[in-house]
Design a protein around this ligand. Structure first.
Ligand SMILES: [Zn+2]
Length: 322
């Protein structure tokens, strides 16, 4: 029995390794657009409507390696410009995807998650195996936000909080917890390139579809993002907890999403070749359709993106008195 489990485990690692060589590492389409909806009910942010952009002065404490092509950008204008907490959170929600985590050698196992960015932005789980460090990245930036806050540097407190938020949000995208339903992985071993192609297609189409529907103000998606309720922070005690818990809840969702994606997008999504749905004909779902059922399924993890983001804010407010 023990030997069987070891064999299954080894098989999964090999499958996952090959699989992830082509696996994308983006998450929900546009963290910024989603964050804008999520923070709409965060009245406390209005207190911070005038924050002066300050230069980055954290080389002594912010020591984690960044990608060789990463450049610190100042979206609102150079240091001295006045901005707001809401703008900082929205503008920098996507910053960890701006080459910050690319082209690094972080772990001998990073190929399992598609490279260094995948390693930092995902938290794959198969059986008892875990690959990726998204939970500790969220914690890392959350702690730096606290350091900036202590120095009275509100600009970097919110910018670091935006980065922590990115990793928490990433882990609520179900395909960031596992690349495909385990049953599909086993079934597909015989035709490996088809398996890789279909997993990539499912991942990309979900994200493109979600982004397109948010852009079209789909009521289901907008409601999911707006109405997330934060968790009790006596249970959800840290950003790392939020990330681990989000992937734990997200993995079973992949099993539900996969067949709905096949039904809604059609068989092309399961093909070997990379395929993307035609966005030009996309419209908000009619009730009772497969699309409506798909929207409903997505709305659960999308609601979690909202809920866990708001929980992160509660933790930040409690820990560094924002
Ligand atoms: Zn990411």
């Amino acid at each position: 029995m023990k030997r069987d489990r070891k064999l299954i485990c080894a098989a999964l690692v090999v499958v996952l390794a090959l699989f992830c060589l082509v696996s994308p590492v983006d998450a929900w389409n546009s963290h910024g657009a989603c964050t804008k909806l999520i923070i709409a009910d965060q009245e406390w942010l209005k207190t911070y409507d005038k924050i002066t952009v300050s230069p980055w002065t954290y080389a002594d404490v912010d020591t984690a390696e960044v990608g060789p092509n990463f450049v610190v950008q100042y979206i609102e204008g150079k240091p001295g410009t006045v901005t707001s907490a809401a703008a900082i959170l929205t503008n920098y929600a996507d910053e960890p995807d701006w080459k910050m985590d690319q082209d690094l050698k972080l772990s001998p196992f990073q190929a399992l998650t598609g490279g260094s960015q995948g390693w930092r932005h995902q938290f794959y789980g198969l059986g008892w195996l875990r690959f990726g460090v998204a939970p500790s990245r969220a914690q890392y930036f959350f702690d730096l936000a606290g350091t900036a806050r202590e120095k009275g540097d509100l600009y970097w407190a919110f910018r670091y909080l935006a980065r922590a938020m990115h990793y928490v949000q990433d882990t609520t995208e179900p395909y960031h917890g596992v690349p495909a339903p385990v049953g599909i992985i086993f079934k597909g071993i015989g035709d490996f390139s088809a398996l890789m192609g279909s997993a990539t297609n499912h991942h990309y189409n979900l994200e493109e579809y979600q982004g397109a529907m948010v852009a079209r103000s789909s009521p289901v998606f907008v409601a999911a993002l707006r109405n997330g309720v934060p968790l009790d922070i006596s249970i959800a005690t840290s950003p790392g907890w939020l990330c681990r818990h989000a992937t734990y809840l997200g993995r079973p969702v992949v099993r539900e999403l996969w067949p709905l994606e096949t039904a809604f997008f059609g068989d092309s999504i399961n093909g070997k070749d990379s395929w993307l749905f035609d966005e030009s004909t996309l419209h908000v779902a009619d009730p009772g359709t497969t699309q409506a059922a798909y929207d409903q399924e997505i709305s659960t993890p999308l609601g979690r993106m909202s809920s866990y983001t708001k929980t992160l804010f509660l933790l930040a407010r409690q820990e560094y008195g924002l």
